[in-house]
Design a protein around this ligand. Structure first.
Ligand code: NTF
Length: 829
C-alpha cells in the first residue's frame, strides 16, 4: 500500500498508485481469499463462498489504512470520541466498503470476468441487525461521519449473537424468529481473544486501610465473565482514516468449571459457561419502552466495563496521568443504556487508582456527555436499588454517594424546597426504591442534549425542568442527521448520478452543496430527468418486493410510505384509518372510484414481541390489506403493501422509491425521527405533524413543499389538560364514525364483528395519542397531497426543493455540532 502518500485527503491519488486497485489486482485478492479462507476453488465455490471471498478481499484494501490510523492516533495524542451505544444498526457492509475503497466498478468487472454477478453476491449478505430502530441507526450514521471527517472515534457496543428478530406474518399476525446473522459467519470482524477483558458482577464490598492509613473500599465480586473484542472497520469516505467499532462478546472465564467437572457433574459445568455467554446472546427488542430485566442491566454494565477498561489500558500510552483523562476521551452516552459507566469510572479511579472522591468526580464529569432520545416517561430507564445493589454492590454505593453530594448542592441552591429535591434525586422511593438513570446522566454529564430543536426544548421544559433551572448552560440541542454516503450515494445511484452531473460530486462529503440544485427545480428538463430517476427506483423496488415478498406493486401509483417501529405514538392507526376511510367512501358511493388518486400505501414495522396492542395493529393492517387489495370495486386504485421484516437492507430500496413520507406522530412525542430526513433527501414529500425534526424539515423546505396537519405540541397538551374525549369526536365526525364502524362491522375479519376490538376500543375509550383529534386535519392534508400529485410538474418541483434544501440533515453536520459544542474535539490527519 502507498503509505507514502502524505495527505490522505485525495482518495484518487491514494488509489492511483496502488497496483492492487485494478481489475487484475482485485482478482488476485479474490481468488486468494476463495482458496485460503473458504478453501474452495472458483469452480466449486458456492454463492456464499463468493460473497465471503469478495467481502474479505475488499477488506484487504482497508486494513493498511486502519493500522495506519491507529498509529496516527497514538502519535497525535488528541481527544478521542468514545461513542457508547447498546445498539448499532449497521445494515449491509459490502456496498459501504466498496464505496469507501472506490472499488465498485473494479469488483463488478473482476467478478463478471468469472461469470459472477456482483448483484447476486451482494444479496448473500445478512445485515447485522444490532439495533431496534432510529437510535441504533443514528449511532451507525455518526461513526460513518466521524471517520469521514477524520475524527478519532471508537464506537463501543455489544456483539449480540442474535440481533433484532426476523419478522414473519402468519395469517396476518406477527411471528418472531431468531436472527441468526452469524450463522454463516461475518467476514467483517477481527476477533482478539488475547485482548479479553475481565468483567465482574455481584459479591460484596469491604473496607481496608492502605499503606498511608487511608480507609479504602474494595469490591469482592461474586462471579465474572470475559469480554472479547470484535473489531469492525469504519472507513471514512474520501480519506485514509479507518476508525474502529469495537463490539464485545461475552465468554465464560474458564471454559469448564473444573471442580464441578471433577465431581462428575459435566452438564452443570457446561451450564455455567452458557450462563456467562448469555450476556451478549440477544438484543432486547423493546424500542422506546425498556423492560427492567436483570440480563439487560448485565449487558449494559458488561459493555461499558469492557469499554472503559479497554480505553484506559489499551488506548492510552503507559503511564498516562489519569487526572487528565478528559483531555483524551469524551464518552458520549447514547441514551441511558450506558449510564452505568459513570459509577464504573468513579470506581476505577477511586478503588483501583487511589483517587480521592473529589478528584475522581472532576475527572468523571469531564469524560461524559449525555444524549436523551425520548420524551416518553416510560422510556426513561430506572433500576430498582435492590437489583442494582445485588448485581453491582460497589456501584450502588457510589451512586448513593453521588446522590448525597448532589442533594446537598440542590438544597444549597434552593433552600427549603424539599419537593424540588425529591423530584431531582437520583434515587427515588416510588413506586419502589430505584435509580433514575437519566438523572444520574444529567448530574454527571458535562452536557445534555436532545436530538431535534423541539425535543431539546421539551427536554428542558418538561422532562428535566428542574435540572435546566439548576444548570441552564448544560443543556443544548443537536439535531440528528443521516449519512449521505449510505442513504443517498449508495442507495440512490440514479439520483446521485443526476445530481453529480449538475453540481459535481462534492456533496457526498459536503451535503450543503445540495443547495446548488435549487434553481434546477424550475428547469423542466431537469424535472423530467428527476422523475425518470424516481420511476426507475420504483421499478427497482417492484422487483425487490416481488422477489423478497411475492408482493406485486402496481405501476403508476403514488407510493405512500410509512416505515418505522410500530408504536401507538407514531400512529400507524391514523394512516390505516385514512385508507379505510377512502375504502368506505367508495363502498358507500360518497366517492367515485375514478376520483381516487391511484395509491399504494407501504407499511414496514416491527412490534416489540410483548407489545400486545402493537401486534394487534399489525394484524389489523394485514387484514385490511387482504380485503382492500382484492376488492374489484377499487379497480386497483388503492392498495396496501406490508412487506415483513423491514430492515436497513429494505429501507435502502424503499426510501428512494417513495413519493410521500408519512411522519404523523402526535406532536410532542417523536424526539426527532431520522427516516423523515432520509425521505426528504431522496425527493419524497412529507405529510407530517409539527413534531421532532419535522419542524426543522418544514422550516427548511417551506410550507409549499410540505403537508402539515394536526395539532402542535401546545395544542395537544392543552387538549389533554382540558380532558380529551375521543368518543365525542367519533360521535360528531361522520367520516370517522363510518370508518370505525366499517372496521367493527367485521368486513376485515371474515364477517366476525369485534375482531379488532382491542384496537378500536383503545381508540374510542382512550386514544392516548389523539389520532381522532387529528383525523379530520389529516384527511384534509391528504386531499392536498392528491391535488398536488395531479400536477406532476408542481409535485416534482417540490420534490427537487426537498432535496435541495435538506442538506442540513447530513450526520456530518450533526457531528460538527457535537464536536464544537459538546466534545471540543477535532480531526487528526
Ligand atoms: C429514538 N429513541 C427516537 O424515538 C427517535 O425519534 C429518534 O430519531 C431516535 O431515537 C434517534 O435519536 C429511542 O429509540 C429511545 F430508545 F430513546 F426511545
Amino acid at each position: 500500500m502507498p503509505v507514502s502518500v502524505p495527505n490522505g485527503n485525495d482518495p484518487i491519488a491514494v488509489i492511483a498508485d496502488d497496483p492492487r486497485h485494478s481489475v487484475s489486482g482485485f482478482t488476485t485478492e479474490f481468488i486468494r481469499e476463495l482458496h485460503n479462507r473458504q478453501g474452495v476453488s472458483l469452480r466449486d465455490a458456492s454463492l456464499h463462498d463468493k460473497f465471503q471471498a469478495t467481502a474479505s478481499a475488499v477488506r484487504h484494501y482497508m486494513v493498511d489504512e486502519w493500522l495506519e490510523t491507529k498509529d496516527k492516533n497514538a502519535a497525535a495524542k488528541q481527544k478521542t470520541v468514545g461513542y457508547l451505544s447498546a445498539e448499532y444498526l449497521l445494515g449491509p457492509q459490502l456496498d459501504n466498503a466498496l464505496l469507501a475503497t472506490d472499488l465498485t466498478e473494479i469488483v463488478e468487472e473482476s467478478l463478471a470476468q468469472h461469470g459472477i454477478d456482483l448483484a447476486q453476491v451482494r444479496e448473500q449478505e445478512v445485515e447485522p441487525g444490532l439495533g431496534n430502530g432510529g437510535l441504533g441507526r443514528l449511532a451507525a450514521c455518526f461513526i460513518d461521519s466521524l471517520a469521514t471527517m477524520d475524527v478519532p472515534c471508537i464506537g463501543y457496543g455489544i456483539r449480540y449473537e442474535y440481533g433484532i428478530f426476523r419478522q414473519t406474518f402468519v395469517d396476518g399476525h406477527q411471528v418472531e424468529e431468531a436472527d441468526k446473522w452469524l450463522a454463516l459467519e461475518s467476514p467483517w470482524e477481527f476477533v482478539h481473544p488475547e485482548n479479553a477483558v475481565q468483567v465482574n458482577f455481584a459479591g460484596h464490598t469491604e473496607t481496608w486501610t492502605d499503606e498511608t492509613g487511608r480507609e479504602r473500599t474494595r469490591w469482592v465480586p461474586g462471579w465474572g465473565v470475559q469480554g472479547l473484542p470484535y473489531n469492525y472497520l469504519v472507513p471514512g469516505y474520501g480519506t485514509r482514516r479507518v476508525n474502529t467499532l469495537r463490539l464485545w462478546g461475552a465468554r465464560a472465564n474458564n471454559q469448564f468449571d473444573l471442580k464441578t467437572f471433577n465431581q462428575g457433574d459435566y452438564v452443570e459445568a457446561v451450564r455455567a459457561q452458557t450462563f456467562a455467554e448469555n450476556i451478549s446472546k440477544v438484543l432486547y427488542p423493546e424500542d422506546s419502552t425498556p423492560q427492567g430485566k436483570e440480563l439487560r442491566l448485565q449487558q449494559q454494565y458488561f459493555f461499558v466495563a469492557c469499554s472503559l477498561r479497554d480505553f484506559i489500558e489499551n488506548e492510552l500510552e503507559p503511564g498516562f496521568d489519569l487526572h487528565r483523562l478528559g483531555e483524551r476521551i469524551i464518552f458520549q452516552l447514547n441514551d441511558t443504556h450506558p449510564v452505568i459507566a459513570v459509577p464504573e469510572l468513579m470506581r476505577i479511579l477511586i478503588d483501583e487508582k487511589g483517587f480521592e472522591w473529589d478528584e475522581a468526580w472532576e475527572v468523571t464529569k469531564s469524560c461524559f456527555a449525555y444524549t436523551c432520545h425520548t420524551l416518553l416517561p416510560e422510556a426513561l430507564e430506572v433500576w430498582p436499588t435492590e437489583l442494582l445493589g445485588r448485581l453491582l454492590p460497589r456501584h450502588m454505593q457510589i451512586i448513593n454517594l453521588i446522590n448525597v453530594s448532589f442533594m446537598a448542592e440542590v438544597r444549597a441552591t434552593f433552600p427549603g424546597d424539599e419537593e424540588r429535591a425529591l423530584r431531582m434525586s437520583i434515587v427515588t422511593e416510588h413506586p419502589v426504591q430505584s435509580v433514575r438513570m437519566a438523572h444520574l446522566a444529567t448530574v454527571a454529564g458535562s452536557k445534555v442534549n436532545g436530538v431535534a430543536a423541539l425535543h431539546s426544548q421539551l427536554l428542558r421544559d418538561k422532562v428535566l425542568p428542574d435540572f435546566s433551572a439548576l444548570w441552564p448552560e448544560k443543556f443544548t440541542n443537536v439535531t440528528n442527521g443521516v449519512t449521505p454516503r449510505r442513504f443517498v450515494r449508495q442507495s440512490n445511484p440514479g439520483l446521485s448520478a443526476l445530481v453529480t452531473s449538475r453540481i459535481g460530486g462534492g456533496w457526498v462529503k459536503h451535503l450543503d452543496q445540495f443547495d446548488g440544485l435549487e434553481p434546477l427545480a424550475d428547469d423542466a428538463g431537469f424535472r423530467e430527468e428527476f422523475r425518470a430517476v424516481k420511476a426507475a427506483n420504483k421499478e427497482r423496488l417492484r422487483e425487490v418486493l416481488h422477489k423478497r415478498d411475492g408482493i406485486d406493486l402496481p405501476e403508476g401509483h403514488l407510493l405512500d410510505v410509512m416505515v418505522k417501529r410500530l408504536h401507538e405514538y407514531k400512529r400507524q392507526t391514523l394512516k390505516l384509518l385514512h385508507v379505510v376511510s377512502l375504502y368506505e367512501q367508495v363502498l358507500s358511493g360518497k366517492r367515485k372510484v375514478e376520483d381516487l388518486t391511484p395509491r399504494t400505501v407501504v407499511f414496514g414495522a416491527k412490534a416489540a414481541p410483548g407489545y400486545r396492542l402493537a401486534k394487534d395493529i399489525i394484524h389489523l393492517i394485514n387484514s385490511v390489506a387482504a380485503v382492500v387489495n382484492r376488492d374489484p370495486r377499487l379497480e386497483g386504485r388503492l392498495g396496501i403493501a406490508f412487506p415483513a421484516n423491514y430492515n436497513v437492507t429494505l429501507a435502502e430500496k424503499l426510501i428512494p422509491a417513495a413519493d410521500l413520507s408519512e411522519q404523523i406522530s402526535l406532536a410532542g412525542m417523536e424526539a426527532s425521527g431520522t427516516g423523515n430526513m432520509k425521505f426528504a433527501l431522496n425527493g419524497a414529500l412529507t405529510i407530517g405533524t409539527d413534531d421532532g425534526a419535522n419542524v426543522e424539515i418544514r422550516g427548511l423546505v417551506g410550507d409549499d413543499n410540505f403537508f402539515l396537519f394536526g395539532m402542535d405540541e401546545p395544542a395537544a397538551a392543552a387538549l389533554r389538560e382540558q380532558g380529551y374525549r375521543p368518543r365525542s369526536i367519533y360521535e360528531s365526525d361522520e367520516t370517522l364514525r363510518a370508518t370505525i364502524d366499517l372496521i367493527e362491522s367485521g368486513i376485515f375479519s371474515g364477517g366476525r364483528g369485534g375482531a379488532f376490538g382491542s384496537v378500536t376500543s383503545a381508540l374510542l375509550d382512550e386514544d392516548r395519542f389523539m389520532a381522532f383529534a387529528d383525523f379530520a386535519s389529516y384527511l384534509e392534508a391528504q386531499e392536498a397531497v392528491e391535488a398536488k400529485y395531479a400536477d406532476q410538474e408542481a409535485w416534482t418541483r417540490s420534490a427537487i426543493l426537498n432535496v435541495a434544501r435538506t442538506g442540513y440533515f447530513s450526520s456530518d453536520r450533526s457531528m460538527r455540532d457535537y464536536l464544537d459544542r459538546i466534545w471540543h474535539a477535532g480531526p487528526v490527519v
